[in-house]
Design a protein around this ligand. Sequence first.
Ligand code: SF4
Length: 242
Amino acid sequence: MSKKVKNILADKTWNPVTGCTKISPGCLHCYAETICEWLCKMGQEKYKNGFNLLLHEDSLSEPVKWKRSHHVFVCSMADIFHEHVPFSFIDKIIRTIMLTPQHKYQFLTKRAERMSEYFQHRKIPHNLWLGVTVESKTTKNRIDIVRTMNAPVRYLCCEPLLEDLGELNLDNIDWIIVGGESGSEVRPMKKEWVLSIEKQARDSGTAFFFKQWGTWSEDGVKRDRYVNGCTIDGKLYQQFPE
Ligand code: SF4
């Protein structure tokens, strides 16, 4: 039943910003914090500030050098719309995205209001997908913001899913990713919460991607996340937006 978890959502990460601060229930066991602090201890120059926010001008042109086309997750060690990332710096990131139409890019934020403010008077590149994290009922307002964005793909990332989200309005939402939390002190994710989202996605024609159970398994037991896998009742759900 178990399948190995692998990242098939994006094949590259690009980190012109590193570091962040917590703003949401989903931030409690932030993996980016753990990794940034570990890389700092390992003496990596880019992570010399640990999880304190840092802008990396020297990383801005990285995607221009990539010969093959990639699906790029932008700022996996930060929230690109963090209040300390100036709009002028996001402009530079967008410039690189527009210069490299051979790549597809994904932004994911918990700061949906700031994303909306940024794009209010700016065009969204045709190769940029915009997403918001929706891990609990209190964060569902982010869905209303992302659905209004004129992006080629608008998506929700319900990871780590912390409770039953109840009824979802999925108008203008192209894709939903769901996943559980990993680590030693993780919060469980229940199967019925996942199935409720899957059904609503199916009913509304929204692509549904189940990423992983995390440390709590489908049968409510804590195990290694690789053993718990990414199937529901033995079935993979790995749809992508068209
Ligand atoms: S917004 Fe994302 S990167 Fe920032 S603390 Fe929360 S989980 Fe970590």
